[in-house]
Design a protein around this ligand. Structure first.
Ligand code: ARG
Ligand code: ZN
Length: 495
């Protein structure tokens, strides 16, 4: 609280009132969660981050991570205190230059009390010094920090940031990033965006990565290890940077034969979704043992197990589709996950058709027929699946069926206009399923409330669409499995 000598006179009193914008009583703590009903403690209230500057050092031999995060934010309320989401050990916090009090609380909260309360609408700079061994930290009994024989990987959904940087950990608060990490010479660092520079000193090499477009916290990634890095440019002019662990063993050839197709597939997807939204594209394949892939912004994370049965362009298409559907246009809340997975899955269907491995229609008929009405598959509503079913097959497969149903309802011209227009409509922002429905109704001139209810919200098997040959759609025996099916299904089902 500022103290001032009060000059006599009404004018001075009035200006004092202006200088102190509100009574101390109106300054209150920011909420410990951003307000997502699926994950009440994820993210925080009271401020909005615009930039993360992470200046770190990592020692693969011991899993020690240390450094400084400088966070640029703006307050959205009169703030007496606020939280960041974080698990490592904090040694100092400064807010606007002054040392701030801090304490760990809850599962992953770092509670920060600035020396002076922060008025609403003002810029705030938060500096957090920290260190720790991420693999020793957990929240809710789990960890998403993946150690490898020669390093580590931070990549997971919906939470990965707590193990490596303090953040407002929710897709609603997107920000730009500078990620600078020093590692022992001969070790590589992979992160999002563009590699600005590397420099070597006293046995340590510092890698400086920059993502200059807004990025959700779960899409920020870090990988340290022995990587072979390739660079190229797509025909459409998108710079591509890929990285392969030097330790991929038998999966090495299939991984490269898939991920080296990134430039071609980015250009192909641009035909459906419009211009690629970022300054760089690519992926990395570390020597992890978990099965999934993740659409980490510009630099997709692929488990080597995605390539265990040979090359897999389907998973590359899926993760690249997310760059438009998920990364540039991010969900507003985790209940909106269909906007990510339904469309990334549908992109795999389009690719299957392009490759002659089964048409979108054949895939739709197959999924529809493969799950009889009493299959619990139909009890999950992709439009609001609940936190336990966020990545269940229904979100992906029934989700893509919903996209196909939309296509059949509005016709190809309106459908492909929607598919390409939506990423422009909300580029670099956030949107909900309700926003998508409103947009699709506007572009198609059709009311879609019944269609959305049936395919996204009813916990039961919808009747076959009128356009569909009902005899085919009803009898599972009559519907052959499309050639592309196994690879498509494995994208979210490798564990
Ligand atoms: N969004 C990812 C995908 O590409 C799914 C990640 C699921 N998370 C996990 N830890 N398995 O489908
Ligand atoms: Zn996905």
């Amino acid at each position: 609280m500022h103290r001032r000598i009060i000059a006599p006179g009404a004018l001075a009193a009035a200006s004092l009132l202006l200088a102190i914008p509100a009574s101390a009583a109106s300054f209150s703590p920011g909420a410990p969660g951003i307000g997502d009903p699926y994950y009440p403690a994820y993210g925080n209230g009271g401020y909005d981050v615009s930039h993360y500057d992470l200046r770190l050092r990592y020692q693969p031999a011991t899993d020690e991570l240390e450094g400084t995060a400088t966070i640029l934010a703006r307050t959205t309320q009169d703030l007496s205190r606020f939280d960041l989401d974080f698990l490592l050990d904090v040694s100092e916090v400064r807010v606007n230059g002054a040392k701030a009090a801090f304490a760990a609380s809850g599962q992953h909260e770092l509670e920060i009390t600035p020396k002076t309360p922060l008025p609403k609408g003002t810029p705030v700079t938060v500096v957090v010094r920290y260190s720790g061994v991420p693999s020793t930290k957990s929240a809710y009994g789990f960890s998403t920090w993946h150690r490898t024989p020669d390093g580590a990987v931070a990549a997971d959904e919906p939470e990965a940031a707590w193990w490596w940087f303090p953040s407002n950990d929710h897709p609603l608060d997107k920000a730009t990033y500078d990620v600078s990490v020093a590692v022992p010479d001969g070790t590589q660092v992979i992160s999002n965006g563009t590699l600005q520079s590397t420099s070597s000193r006293l046995g340590w090499t510092r890698w400086n990565w920059r993502e200059n477009k807004p990025q959700a916290t779960y899409l920020a990634t870090l990988a340290v290890g022995g990587f072979d890095i390739t660079t190229s440019t797509s025909d459409g002019g998108v710079p591509v940077v890929n990285a392969y662990s030097k330790d991929l063993g038998d999966n090495d050839g299939a991984a490269r034969a898939s991920v080296e197709r990134t430039g071609e597939l980015v250009d192909w997807l641009s035909g459906y979704f419009g211009p690629y939204p970022f300054a760089s594209a690519g992926g990395y394949v570390p020597n992890t043992t978990t099965g999934f892939a993740l659409e980490t912004q510009t630099r997709v994370y692929y488990s080597p197990r995605q390539f265990a049965n040979g090359s897999n362009t389907s998973v590359v298409v899926h993760e690249l589709a997310h760059q438009w559907y998920g990364d540039s246009v991010s969900i507003e809340g985790w209940k909106d996950i269909w906007l990510n997975e339904g469309f990334a899955r549908y992109a795999q269907w389009l690719w299957s058709e392009h490759e002659g491995d089964g048409t979108t229609r054949e895939l739709a008929d197959y999924v529809y027929a493969a799950h009889p009405a009493d299959d619990p598959f139909w009890t999950v509503a992709p439009g609001d699946p609940g936190p336990d079913n966020q990545f269940s097959a229904a979100v992906y497969d029934r989700g893509a069926l919903a996209v196909q149903a939309l296509r059949e309802e509005v016709g190809d011209d309106a459908f492909f206009a929607i598919l390409k227009g939506w990423p422009q409509e909300h580029a670099y922002g956030n949107a909900s399923v309700a926003d998508f429905r409103a947009y699709a109704e506007r572009v198609s001139g059709t009311s879609l409330s019944a269609l959305f209810d049936t395919w996204l919200f009813e916990p039961s098997k919808p009747a076959a669409p009128a356009a569909r040959d009902a005899s085919v759609a009803r009898s599972s025996a009559a519907v052959a499995q499309p050639k592309s099916w196994k690879k498509i299904a494995a994208t979210n089902d490798v564990h």
